[in-house]
Design a protein around this ligand. Structure first.
Ligand code: UDP
Ligand code: MG
Length: 322
């Protein structure tokens, strides 16, 4: 095994045949400029197009190319985790396959790393070619996340970043299943710095992050790093009980002293709806946490590798502290 690799580039790919050629070429051009040894680890997250076959073709001519293929689609966050598990480099860079993250920025990240930073993350100052809805929800999500946790998780920052080997080793020790990797990187600590960039449009193909996956990612982010949503249930509950009691008291007083007739069925109806809605929302939030506890308790492996090219298949060994 090649133990002296300096840079590992981890690229999660899910049905990226439309763009993968350009991604490979551009990454190669950039990494050749470093003059150091590197590996390009493509993590094929259960693609059902020609992505894997194309990567195998590159590998035939280029030893730096490595491929991990999952037995099915396990999701972007799990794909980058697998890439980090297999990476051998002294520095590990995670980058999307669709060239929204400019590979050229890797050189600036490396320069920062050489200055002594352990994590260099790329912060988006602009997002081009994305829908208004995506930009708005992303903006909102990052604000809600940072307001709900004490941990300093950078806003408007994706997974495009460089990690020093020691940060990577620490991340490998974290067993959780519903992973929000950028939050975990903040949690691990060490010397971190940001580089700003303008996020380009996806070069080709469509987004592989439909609304459903975005909701899952944001739920993972918030529930992994904050108990505030669950605490909200307690606050809301006490406010509702107080207002309910006041309401009752006012009605009683009106009946006793003003002898008024309470004809408020529509008000009762409205109250009923509001309360049921609230109770259901809170149950949902509690359910999110319980679901995650269940995931951790089952302790299934994070992913299943069906094929490895250019590297040995291995188990993800995490020692659980009970
Ligand atoms: N991706 C993945 N598994 C998935 C969804 C996405 O490996 O289930 C990869 C995808 O191929 C890309 C990266 O994750 O390299 C980011 O996805 P995408 O660009 O579609 O997300 P967006 O930029 O639209 O948020
Ligand atoms: Mg993208």
């Amino acid at each position: 095994m090649n133990a002296d690799i300096r840079y590992s580039i981890v690229i999660p790919v899910y049905n990226e045949e439309a763009v993968i050629n350009q991604t490979y070429q551009r990454l190669k051009q950039v990494m050749d400029l470093t003059g150091d040894s590197y590996e390009l680890i493509f993590v094929n997250d259960g693609s059902c197009d020609h992505t894997a076959a194309m990567i195998k073709n590159y590998r035939d001519q280029d030893d730096a190319v490595k491929l991990i293929t999952f037995s099915r689609n396990f999701g972007h966050q799990i794909a980058i985790t697998a890439g980090m598990d297999y990476a051998l480099g002294a520095a590990v860079v995670v980058i999307d396959a669709d060239l929204q993250d400019p590979p050229e920025l890797i050189l600036d990240m490396i320069a920062k790393w050489k200055e002594g930073f352990d994590v260099v993350y790329a912060k988006r100052t602009k997002r081009k070619g994305e829908t208004f809805f995506k930009k708005l929800t992303a903006r909102l999500f990052y604000r809600i996340l940072s307001a709900s946790t004490d941990l300093d998780i950078p806003t408007d920052t994706g997974d495009f970043r460089l990690l020093d080997r020691r940060v990577c080793e620490e991340l490998k020790r974290l067993p959780e299943k519903n992973r929000y990797v950028r939050g975990l990187v903040s949690w691990v600590g060490f010397r971190q710095t940001a580089l700003e960039y303008e996020r380009d449009e996806r070069l080709a193909g469509e987004t592989k992050y439909p609304l459903k996956k975005m909701i899952k990612l944001s739920m993972d982010g918030i529930t992994s790093f904050s108990y505030k949503p669950i605490k909200l249930a307690t606050y809301a509950g006490s406010v509702i009980i107080t207002s309910g009691l006041t309401y009752l008291a006012v009605m009683l007083l009106l009946k006793v002293f003003a002898k008024s007739v309470i004809a408020g069925w529509n008000l009762v109806m409205a109250m009923q709806l509001v309360l049921t809605g609230l109770v259901l929302t809170m149950m949902g939030i509690i359910g999110e946490y319980i679901g995650r506890i269940y995931d951790e308790a089952r302790d299934r492996p994070l992913y299943i590798v069906s094929e490895c090219c250019g590297m040995m298949k291995k188990e993800r060994k995490v020692k659980r502290v009970v």
